[in-house]
Design a protein around this ligand. Structure first.
Ligand code: NAD
Ligand code: UDP
Length: 331
């Protein structure tokens, strides 16, 4: 009997067409769904996460999968790995979490991007950046096309995230121009679905958890501010389509659902769906909270042949089911 070959980071995946893909932030909400999808497509996934907002529970089902490897690491520190592609998602995304340690948020966005770009440059591989609709700030143009440069407060409580992500985009495009690196930049709009943290303060998880627990539903301000909510499966498909798009297509490209709702409408939909007896209460609107947000997705339709397919009512139903199961387990 021959001696079995040791498995190392440098071993090539065996399935034809299969790639070894690094997903930073892979234990987070969107990242864990992305890991699932890439593995389903036959790839090997290296999930890198420092568990700042990510959870083991999100990837528990993958830990025994031979196509999955977990690396506990902070993107602020550089590292050497052998991979074929990088999806850079590492960064807290909810306002409560990214404002908790704003300096760390800026470092993660900027130093993390530099480290991942350095890795991609050394390996001469494609890298995708999870950017955000927050680069448009509190938009004065509505809806928002990718050509809009935004309206961002550089010194407010949201700036660590907004400016961090804007600077990361700058770095991506400078690596592209200066080092001919193949880059892909996705501007992700509000995404929701199973595996959102119940305590991360985002509006969809807050409203569902409050409804299921019979607590007051906290609408900030008068609730007339708008958001356009994209179900996570649609977002993940958009990210993968972008990664696989023509080499000369860099983005930035909006990935989001253009169906726009006021926050008050969202609260009413969640109450309706859960049959909750919760009451809506109003709390102060946080500083610099964007008044309106809706993506123009013509570029994604044209370049990626992608558009969202899951309407809010359907996605909310799946998300409510997820949180109901979570609470049943926790009890
Ligand atoms: P999330 O907080 O659930 O996931 C982020 C993941 O990154 C977590 O697992 C966290 O532990 C990890 N992380 C944070 N800092 C890190 C560091 N320094 N080193 C290594 N890992 C680190 O958030 P999400 O909603 O899944 O967002 C994922 C990405 O998508 C983020 O980059 C976010 O900015 C972007 N995005 C998300 C949305 C959305 O609506 N969910 C919208 C726009 C952009
Ligand atoms: N929001 C709210 N109640 C909550 C949480 C959020 O009214 O319990 C509002 C928030 O002020 C914002 C919108 O919902 O106008 C979306 O907030 P979220 O934190 O989910 O994401 P954002 O798009 O602001 O990053």
């Amino acid at each position: 009997m021959g001696i079995p070959k040791p498995t190392t980071n440098n071993q090539q995946p065996t399935t034809p067409g299969s790639k070894r893909i690094l997903v930073t932030g892979g234990a987070g909400f969107i990242g864990s769904h992305l890991c699932d999808k890439l593995i389903t497509e036959g790839h090997e996934v290296l999930c890198l996460d420092n568990f700042y907002t990510g959870r083991r529970a999100n990837i528990l089902h993958l830990l025994d999968n031979p196509s999955f490897e977990l690396i506990r690491h902070d993107v602020i520190e550089s590292l050497r790995l052998e991979v074929d592609e990088i999806y850079n998602l590492a960064c807290p995304a909810s306002p409560v979490h990214y404002q908790h340690n704003p300096v760390a948020t800026t470092k993660t966005s900027i130093v993390g991007a530099l480290n991942m770009l350095g890795l991609a440059k050394r390996l001469k591989i494609k890298i995708l950046q999870a950017s955000t609709s927050e680069v448009y700030g509190d938009p004065a143009v509505h809806p928002q096309p990718e050509t809009y440069w935004g309206n961002v407060n550089p010194i407010g409580p949201r700036s660590c995230y907004d400016e961090g992500k804007r600077c990361a985009e700058t770095l991506f495009f400078d690596y592209h121009r200066q080092h001919k690196l193949k880059i892909k930049v996705a501007r992700i709009f509000n995404t929701y679905g199973p595996r959102m943290s119940s305590n991360d303060g985002r509006v969809v998880s807050n409203f569902i958890v409050q409804s299921l627990c019979g607590e007051d539903i906290t609408v900030y301000g008068d609730g007339s501010q708008t958001r356009s909510f994209c179900y996570v499966d649609d977002t993940v498909k958009g990210l993968i389509s972008l990664m696989n798009s023509q080499d000369d297509f860099t983005g930035p490209v909006n990935i989001g659902n253009p169906d726009e709702f006021t926050v008050l409408q969202l609260a009413q939909k969640v109450i309706e769906l859960t049959g909750s007896k919760s009451h809506i209460i109003h709390k102060p609107l946080p500083q610099d909270d964007p008044r309106q947000r809706k993506p123009v997705i013509d570029l994604a339709k044209e370049q990626l042949e992608w558009q969202p397919t899951i309407p809010l009512a359907e996605g909310l139903k799946k998300t409510v089911e997820y949180f109901s199961r979570q609470f049943a387990v926790d009890r």
